[in-house]
Design a protein around this ligand. Structure first.
Ligand SMILES: NC(=O)c1ccc[n+]([C@@H]2O[C@H](COP(=O)([O-])OP(=O)(O)OC[C@H]3O[C@@H](n4cnc5c(N)ncnc54)[C@H](OP(=O)(O)O)[C@@H]3O)[C@@H](O)[C@H]2O)c1
Length: 329
């Protein structure tokens, strides 16, 4: 018998998980906010397409509710950090006994928070390695290979996600920190209104990206926090490629991750839509760690300030060259 997967958040990540799990024959319930229930229940199909608009999955609208069902095997948190407190409050009263909690949020620290809140429940970290977007309720696009990193053993959940068509690698806290390092590019794309492709091809963005990551690595090292990139590449080689590898980083990202020109970090979409971003949980975490451990983090501090200004509608976007000058690089 298949597990009952309950996915909180029917946005880009929740939608891709739902589409592939349903297509693989798993039982799926999507949980949305009460104010949005009608909107998400209106379409008669859930659709997932690739970067060229080709259909990958098209299934009948699944079970969609505005609260958790009474039973569940796996409960995925597929919301942004801005919604986390509200979701935790809902889980306090609605989390079914015995359910495994799976955090899909970017950044670090959510799994630990879940363990403290819900000590009786197993908690897993599912690091999302794919890029996806939502066009309209239940209509999703994935613009890379469907990669995931799941911490813990290669168990039934690992197997289920593989059978649902995901490429699943095993992870741990060091790899989650490595993913945070990569995610520091999100803010740079948001500040320059650029795609991942632009980031990997533009020399100014590449220089800024590596400087921001170097600063974050110094901070992790000072804090005694191990980190590892979520790809089979030692950091010095990754750095060399990004700084001096010409078009190679873009080609490798296309080959390994299936990255397409249509892939934008979700922070770009947040800024365009006037939504709060996850800057505090990405570059903001590096600034905070730096303060705690006496490491100065001027680049990440400035990036946070600039994105917060954009969020507040008071900031501006920069050309890559201007962003580099603004950061003194
Ligand atoms: N998108 C990507 O490519 C990607 C890649 C890697 C990692 N991630 C990470 O994955 C996490 C989720 O990102 P996302 O891109 O899926 O975000 P998203 O597209 O904005 O989806 C989040 C969804 O959460 C819903 N939501 C908000 N509050 C809720 C609540 N209280 N209960 C239930 N649902 C609620 C929102 O619903 P409404 O529609 O009602 O606003 C929205 O649809 C983030 O931490 C992100 O950084 C995303």
């Amino acid at each position: 018998m298949s597990d009952h997967h309950v996915i909180i958040g029917a946005g880009a990540v929740g939608g891709v998980l739902a589409a592939r799990l349903i297509d693989a024959g798993e039982q799926v319930t999507l949980v949305v906010r009460p104010s949005r229930l009608d909107i998400y229940q209106a379409p008669d199909r859930l659709r997932l397409e690739d970067a060229e608009g080709r259909s990958l999955v098209e299934v009948a609208t699944p079970d969609i509710r505005d609260r958790l069902p009474e039973t569940a095997d796996i409960v995925y948190l597929a919301v942004k950090h801005t919604a986390l407190n509200a979701v935790l409050a809902d889980l306090e009263t609605q989390l079914p006994a015995g359910a495994t909690l799976v955090s899909c949020l970017n950044g670090i620290g959510v799994s630990e928070r879940l363990r403290q809140h819900f000590p009786r429940h197993p908690v897993r970290q599912l690091t999302i390695m794919f890029n996806a977007a939502i066009f309209s309720p239940l209509h999703y696009r994935i613009t890379t290979h469907p990669g995931l990193v799941l911490d813990g053993p290669r168990d039934a959940l690992h197997q289920t996600l593989r059978q649902a068509g995901f490429r699943v690698a095993r992870g741990n806290e060091a790899i989650a920190r490595g993913k945070l390092l990569i995610n520091l590019n999100n803010a740079l794309c948001a500040l320059s209104n650029t795609s991942f492709r632009d980031l990997l091809l533009d020399p100014d963005l590449r220089a800024v990206f590596m400087a921001v990551v170097d600063e974050a690595i110094d901070t992790f090292n000072a804090a005694g926090l191990p980190w590892r990139l979520p790809m089979p590449l030692p950091y010095p080689l990754y750095r060399l490629l990004v700084r001096h590898g010409g078009r190679l980083p873009w080609w490798l990202a296309r080959l390994n991750n299936g990255l397409t020109a249509a892939a934008y970090p979700s922070m770009v979409a947040d800024i365009r839509a006037g939504r709060p971003t996850e800057i505090r949980e990405l570059n903001g975490v590096i600034s905070e760690l730096g303060r705690q451990h006496g490491v100065s983090t001027p680049l990440n501090d400035t990036v946070v300030t600039l994105v917060l200004a954009l969020e507040a509608g008071e900031g501006e976007t920069f050309t890559p060259a201007r962003l580099r000058r603004k950061l003194g690089l």
